[in-house]
Design a protein around this ligand. Structure first.
Ligand code: SF4
Length: 280
């Protein structure tokens, strides 16, 4: 890639989550990657962001992990699909980052969020980092598509104060939109409900793709029945990730899709609220 820098020149903090980052983990031997995944001693991170106000409550430190098995048509960070695009970061280093900011995070009613990519692809690293954060009294959140939720034991889920769960569409349309079936995500949501863990649902509103009223109604009914959904975030589709698809040579099918109108966003929120959910 023309604008890829060598890994050693890349700071852990990206200019923004929209910064294109590739091949930062290249050269790491296969067995080291395997050990890292099994033990969680090392993670592969796209970057860290400090001061986020949109990835959970308060002001947050966000660790963006690399690696995702889904292929959402609207993904704005396709450079996080491959784990090898991530910067190898030791668990100790990641914990140091949390320790550095812990007082500020507490004062600003925030915490740490592990997002991605799909953080549960690196479940050992995620669990160990969150456990360490929790031991420091830092609020913990994971943003996940939920597909690999069964990798977590119940006591590990207890280390997570909040799950930002992507409910992307209905089971019938899920494979088309993401490349995967929705069943494991729904099961994880139900398990979180049984364990009494809080969920914020994230729903990306894409004109012509996820905006069908019947689609939204079905998601809203499912979320409302869970009983542990504290809020629903309706996220308007945008084109900030379009250049990444191009740079990576991927076939982007939403080239001509615009953002939803404010009326459409309002209608989606009304639909979630009609089921008794708080939606923004
Ligand atoms: S689950 Fe998230 S990171 Fe993975 S493809 Fe979908 S939007 Fe992208």
């Amino acid at each position: 890639m023309s604008n890829a820098q060598p890994a050693e020149d890349k700071p852990l903090e990206a200019k923004s989550p929209f910064e294109l980052r590739v091949s930062l983990g290249i050269g790491i031997p296969q067995n080291a990657v395997k050990t890292a995944l099994t033990t969680g001693e090392m993670g592969f991170l796209h970057s860290f962001t400090t001061g986020s106000t949109v990835d959970g409550p308060g002001v947050r430190l966000v660790a963006w992990t690399a690696g995702c098995e889904w292929r959402c048509l609207y993904c704005h960070n396709p450079d996080t699909w491959s784990m090898i695009n991530g910067l190898p970061v030791t668990l100790d280093h990641a914990i140091e980052e949390v320790a550095k900011y812990r007082h500020g995070l507490k004062i600003m009613s925030g915490g740490i969020t592990i997002s991605g990519g799909e953080p549960l692809l690196q479940d050992r690293f995620a669990v160990r980092l969150l456990t360490a954060a929790k031991a420091m009294g830092v609020h913990t959140a994971v943003e996940t598509n939920g597909h690999l939720g069964d990798r977590l034991a119940d006591e590990e889920i207890e280390q997570i104060d909040l799950v930002l769960l992507g409910l992307k569409t209905t089971p019938a349309r899920h494979r088309h939109l993401t490349g995967k079936e929705m069943g494991p995500t729904l099961e994880f949501a139900q398990r979180l409900a049984r364990l009494g863990r809080k969920i914020w649902v994230r729903f990306v509103l894409v004109p012509g793709l996820t905006d069908d009223p019947k689609n939204i109604e079905q998601i809203a009914k499912f979320a409302a029945k869970l009983g542990n959904v504290e809020r629903v975030e309706v996220l308007p589709f945008h084109q900030m990730g379009r250049y990444k698809w191009k740079e990576l040579g991927l076939n982007y099918t939403l080239e001509n899709t615009g953002p939803p109108s404010s009326e459409l966003v309002a209608r989606a929120c009304v639909q979630f609220r009609a089921e008794g959910l708080d939606a923004y």
